[in-house]
Ligand binder design. Structure first.
Ligand code: SF4
Ligand code: SF4
Length: 464
């Protein structure tokens, strides 16, 4: 069994000893990982804002039209009946995340999670712009209220609200079309109360989260952070401190050369940490893998003329100087599961058809009636047009040896895009011809997209 990473059980970094909130003020940092994160944030923010504007096949690339229960994903259209396919989407995403975490730890949290992207890429930038670097922010926070403090804080919160409003409108545009959103913005909220309520709630949540709650979401609410220790092992790439090289730590002036470790205890790795932890204490649940401490320590080591990498990306085996493995049982199991998932998804998505037809019993009535020696079943064909074009369908009852007689009052029907309809089907049979196992069979012939299909249901009667 692979050895699990030791996780340090320390009090939450966002709390003071008396239980009050310890508001984290990370210091600015520069370096290769910070640059990579900035580029990733910019690309992801661009994708988030641009996706509702990008069209594939005349529809937004990603559009969840909840009102019409239609979903568009890069040109493919789905409706409520296809909801079961969501299972494949979610399970696939989970498997990919398992593999990524096993290989590279919390790279998702540090580089791509919306919480990190919005907080670091937008809100903290505004804060830095209006309130200055870490030391200034902390000094001003501790000082009594003044004009300077009031206008800076006031303006910051106005910007936070504006950002939250903007992000929530972009979010809404994934659920209502852009032209509808533009119309709603111009009209009174009373004309679209539901959409307005969603927008207001999303804005409020975003503002609360990014103005105050911040890293507590990762520490208290996010289940992924808690799963971390079960998904990683001694070969997972994590961010850690090289104890062998760094200890004994301490100011250079206070130590003789022989007893010096490379860590000069400058605490730069601590003050840049957005969750307020000290990575030198070992891997902690609060670590979101942002690599700010790596860049901070590398800069110190470069200044001191020592090799970088005292805090670095490495595995537990790497830090202990042991051999690193790429393939290990858990990774092989996740990859195998992903292969099986791919095969299952291929069949699931290729079974997606342009229309759906089912033969159902008419609701409410008796399953059959007998009158003048004739058994009668009342059924209905439920037809769903899953395409984006109007489609015409023809219905025909298929006769059999038993002599079932069909009456289909609406045998030709046109359905609008995404529309559905229940079409009655009456079937009769002389009672003396009744036998068990008889099937009502109706052929549905689409004029446009899709192949003909036959839908079936049992013909019911006394004793059959
Ligand atoms: S930044 Fe490097 S040298 Fe400074 S305290 Fe952290 S690990 Fe030690
Ligand atoms: S310990 Fe380092 S990598 Fe982890 S959250 Fe803090 S700064 Fe980021």
């Amino acid at each position: 069994m692979p050895k699990s990473l030791p996780v340090i059980q320390e009090p939450a970094s966002s709390l003071n000893k008396d239980g009050s909130r310890n508001f984290v003020h990370p210091a600015d940092v520069k370096g290769r990982f910070t640059t990579r994160r900035w580029i990733t944030f910019a690309v992801l923010l661009l994708i988030y804002v641009a996706l509702p504007f990008i069209e594939v096949g005349g529809r937004p690339a990603v559009f969840l039209d909840v009102a019409r229960r239609r979903f568009y994903l890069f040109g493919a259209a789905f409706n409520a009946q296809d909801f079961w396919l969501v299972f494949f989407l979610l399970s696939g995403m989970a498997l990919v995340l398992f593999i990524v975490t096993t290989l590279w730890g919390r790279v998702w949290c540090g580089y791509a999670c919306p919480q990190t992207v919005f907080l670091e890429g937008l809100y903290r930038r505004v804060e830095r712009l209006l309130e200055g670097p870490r030391n200034q922010r902390m000094r001003r926070n501790a000082a009594p209220m003044s004009f300077d403090k009031a206008w800076r804080k006031g303006l910051k919160h106005l910007f936070f609200l504006a950002l939250s409003l903007l992000l929530s409108h972009v979010f809404l545009s994934y659920f209502v079309s852009l032209p509808s959103l533009a119309q709603m913005v111009r009209r009174s909220p009373a004309e679209h109360p539901e959409a307005f309520a969603w927008m207001a709630a999303t804005t409020g949540l975003l503002y609360f989260n990014f103005a105050w709650f911040r890293e507590q979401l990762c520490l208290i609410i996010c289940p992924y952070g808690r799963l971390q220790s079960t998904l990683t092992d001694a070969d997972t790439l994590v961010i850690g401190y090289d104890k062998k090289r760094g200890e004994p730590r301490g100011k250079r002036s206070k130590r003789s050369t022989e007893e010096r470790g490379d860590c000069v205890d400058c605490k730069r790795c601590v003050v840049v940490c957005p969750t307020g932890i000290d990575i030198r204490n070992g891997l902690q649940m609060e670590c979101i893998g942002c690599a700010a401490c790596v860049d901070a320590c590398d800069a110190i080591m470069t200044k001191l003329g020592r090799p970088t990498g005292l805090v670095r990306y490495d595995s537990l085996n790497g830090f202990e100087g042991k051999k690193k493995r790429f393939w290990r049982p858990r990774l092989a199991i996740y990859v195998l599961a992903l292969i099986l998932w791919s095969v299952g998804s291929y069949f699931a998505f290729s079974s997606h058809e342009p229309y759906e037809a089912n033969l159902l019993r008419a609701p409410g009535g008796a399953p059959f009636t007998v009158e003048d020696g004739v058994v009668r079943n009342t059924l209905q064909v439920h037809l769903v047009n899953k395409t984006d074009e109007p489609q015409r369908y023809h219905l025909r009852g298929l006769a059999d040896d038993a002599g079932l007689e069909y009456q289909i009052p609406i045998a030709d029907v046109e359905l609008p895009p995404g529309g559905d309809r229940h079409l009655p089907v009456f079937v009769e049979l002389p009672r003396e011809s009744l036998r068990p196992g008889l099937l009502v069979r109706v052929e549905v012939q689409p004029e446009g997209a899709g192949d003909p299909k036959v839908v079936e249901a049992r013909f019911l009667g006394p004793g059959a």
